[in-house]
Design a protein around this ligand. Structure first.
Ligand code: KG4
Ligand code: ZN
Length: 347
């Protein structure tokens, strides 16, 4: 008899651990959609002074935090360890040293509790964050925009992913962070640029990288270079530019391309919903533009609340439920995979 059958009729409590980058998080989710707890400890203050995530520092902080975060997640969920149905963990992609900390903790817990271990793709997690607040309808298209990823994903059925477009160089969030740094704004720069772009009364026009007409791929490094060139030229001429005008020009370029390609993909793949996911989904300008375009097209736009856009373990538990449902468990020799492919993870 499978574990799913043994537990038929009982709630499924999955504890998930997420340590792929600079957030240490543990969460307990009931039946793939009810958040019982979602504890997130951000290292952003530590990495701020370096202007970006320092991998070795991140791993060490995960080691210090992971145990108490797991304990807190179980306590806040109001359940006992013996009630847990499975342990899920982000297998990749991410920083290998950081992933390893979560992986070891998850294996130890699953082994001690004698429950299944489930490896989860980080991007599947970002997409299924939406499942915690919305009913999903397939086929759907997801726009995943974070510090490490910019992807358009066709999800034909639950857990069946196909990447139809991705960045050829920098991720959208990475471009935000680099441009913010050039403007002297603190790390992470996304929210600061977003705020400045809204305050601006004008924009310095920046190029848009549409690439080949039929392509769903993205490219942001040319845009980043264009911003740096504008700033350098002004410096050489002794002119001062209003950072808000630069921020607005940059943000408009990013939003134009993301929105157009996402809507074109949704139409081409007959999507019933467009999902927004990842840290950059917090961007006010992007949300507003997508909402307006989706309303025009009569396409439902699903966006998770801000706390579920950035890295958190509840989204990992939500994606893990897909594998739980199918009895697709990992073995104890599962490895952290910094370059794990989304398609390969499909259920
Ligand atoms: O998903 P996430 O928390 O971590 C990764 O998996 O990368 O995304 C973090 C990224 C950072 O690059 C940050 O600057 C960006 O999301 N971000 C934003 C905004 N809030 C966070 N970018 C643009 N506008 C925002 N409001
Ligand atoms: Zn992420």
């Amino acid at each position: 008899m499978s574990i799913s059958e043994q537990r038929a009729g009982k709630p499924c409590y999955i504890i998930a651990i997420e340590t792929s980058c600079d957030e240490t998080s543990a969460a307990v989710v009931e039946d793939g959609k009810i958040i019982r707890s979602n504890v997130v400890s951000s290292q952003v203050e530590t990495h701020k002074r370096f202007g970006g995530v320092v991998p070795e520092v991140a791993s060490r902080q995960h080691v210090e935090s992971v145990t108490w975060i797991i304990e807190e997640a179980v306590e806040k969920a109001g359940i006992t360890l013996s009630e847990l149905s499975a342990v899920a963990v982000t297998q990749g992609p991410g920083l290998v040293g950081s992933l390893l900390v979560g992986m070891v903790a998850a294996k130890a817990l699953a082994f001690a509790l004698e429950v299944p271990l489930i490896g989860v793709h980080h991007i599947a997690g970002h997409i299924y964050a939406n499942r915690l607040v919305h009913e999903l309808e397939y086929p759907l298209v997801a726009l995943v925009v974070s510090g490490g990823h910019t992807e358009l994903v066709h999800v034909e059925a639950p857990g069946r992913f196909r990447i139809i477009g991705q960045t050829r160089d920098d991720a959208a969030g990475e471009a935000y962070d680099k441009v913010a740094r050039a403007l002297g704004l603190p790390y992470p720069g996304g929210p600061h640029i977003d705020r400045l772009a809204h305050e601006a009364d004008a924009a310095i026009t920046m190029p848009r990288a549409w690439l080949e007409p039929e392509s769903y791929d993205f490219s942001f490094s040319g845009l980043k270079s264009a911003v740096l060139a504008v700033l350098n030229q002004a410096r050489m001429k002794g002119e001062t530019l209003d950072p808000a005008h630069v921020a607005r020009g940059f943000q408009e370029s990013v939003i134009d391309v993301l929105t157009e390609k996402a809507l074109r993909a949704a139409e081409a793949f007959g999507a019933k919903q467009l999902l927004l996911a990842g840290g950059v989904a917090a961007n006010k300008g992007l949300r507003e533009r997508l909402k307006a375009r989706c309303d025009e097209a009569g396409l439902p736009l699903l966006v998770p609340p801000l706390s579920l856009c950035t890295d958190n373990a509840a989204m990992i538990a939500a994606a893990a439920f897909l594998k739980w449902d199918k009895g697709q468990y990992a073995s104890f020799d599962m490895k952290a995979e910094p370059l794990l492919k989304l398609e390969a993870w499909s259920v």
